[in-house]
Design a protein around this ligand. Sequence first.
Ligand SMILES: NC(=O)c1ccc[n+]([C@@H]2O[C@H](COP(=O)([O-])OP(=O)(O)OC[C@H]3O[C@@H](n4cnc5c(N)ncnc54)[C@H](O)[C@@H]3O)[C@@H](O)[C@H]2O)c1
Ligand SMILES: [Zn+2]
Ligand SMILES: [Zn+2]
Length: 368
Amino acid sequence: MKIRAAVLEEFGAPLVVREVDLAGPEWGEVLVRLHACGVCHTDMYTASGVDPSGYAPTVLGHEGAGVVEAIGEGVSSLKVGDHVVTLFSPQCRECVHCRSEKTNICLSIREQQGKGYLPDGTTRLSRGGEPIRHFMGTSTFAEATVMPEIALAKINPEAPLDRACLFACGLSTGLGAAMNTAKVEEGSTCVVFGAGMVGLGAVAGARLQGAERIVCVDLSADRLELAKGQGATDTLIGGPDAVAQVLEMTGGFGADYTFEATGNVKVMAQAVEAARMGWGLCTVTGVAGKGETLDVIPRWLITGRRVAGSSFGGVKGRDQVPQLIERYLAGEIDVDAFLSHRLTLDEVNKGFDLMHAQDGIRSVIDLT
Ligand SMILES: NC(=O)c1ccc[n+]([C@@H]2O[C@H](COP(=O)([O-])OP(=O)(O)OC[C@H]3O[C@@H](n4cnc5c(N)ncnc54)[C@H](O)[C@@H]3O)[C@@H](O)[C@H]2O)c1
Ligand SMILES: [Zn+2]
Ligand SMILES: [Zn+2]
């Protein structure tokens, strides 16, 4: 079939919205008619050419939601008409990682996905017979996509798809960092560095876990206002004094849980230092620039602080994204506050401009 899609033709140049060919689903694959897709930093990062593992041509986009239009042979967990959220972090339920409670990092299709191929090593996307690669196994800046069944979360059809798509990446990452990775305890004190989609999700996750005090740190007063709406009890303007201020707010000890959601390695170090002596746990979610390293003074660790990293918030996508969506539908998560701009597919590059200008939290592309 012919679909319109936003193609990364050349690094550093705007995406080109054009017609491409999409073949039907093969064994274990599903054709999804996309309804909405969020614009995320990772798309912009890859488009810029800075990511050494990037490839082109490819169809970008990974925060998708839509409706199943066709299924390939062997697909048993999805049927035509099901509403789905796309997962760049799949869940096969069979590999040694999927069978462990300790991680959400499924091993089954990593290698091919990382190279831009579907699990059988080929692509369904093409143009004039030339293959186009699948970005993050999703390629959701498009009217439709073909994805493995194991990379689709079946959600309650009552969830509006323009909100549900935000659970495909940043929001679930933040929520999960607090709920799965850190497992924030009731009555605890949390500090979240960064009030973008991920940090705000972590604030909401800490609130859902029953944290008593949630301090959000950001450079933007507007974003800190949004953090209050998600449950932050205190806010701080970030900078070199942030750790001293956190210590002052916590009787000199630091916080039970800290979260880093900025991608800045200096802030990661602040988040480690601001964790409480004795048992403080720092969860790092930000993606640092190529070659950057985290500078941690060993004494911070010897005196009881711990550091954890979190990919997609430790969320096992097929099991847990539907659960998070249920909590949203029950009124426990305010998703509307994150949806700042609505764009058409043709305006995809404007989504990057808005993100660059830090205008709003998320732009969502309407693909219907
Ligand atoms: N681990 C994962 O699976 C995963 C998933 C999605 C995104 N990410 C990463 O998480 C990070 C956050 O993503 P986002 O979409 O929320 O980004 P964002 O750019 O919208 O938010 C980052 C926030 O950090 C703030 N900030 C910058 N410097 C600061 C400082 N010194 N002190 C305090 N705050 C500061 C900014 O003002 C901004 O509000 C990025 O690095 C992104 O690549 C990771
Ligand atoms: Zn993302
Ligand atoms: Zn697996």
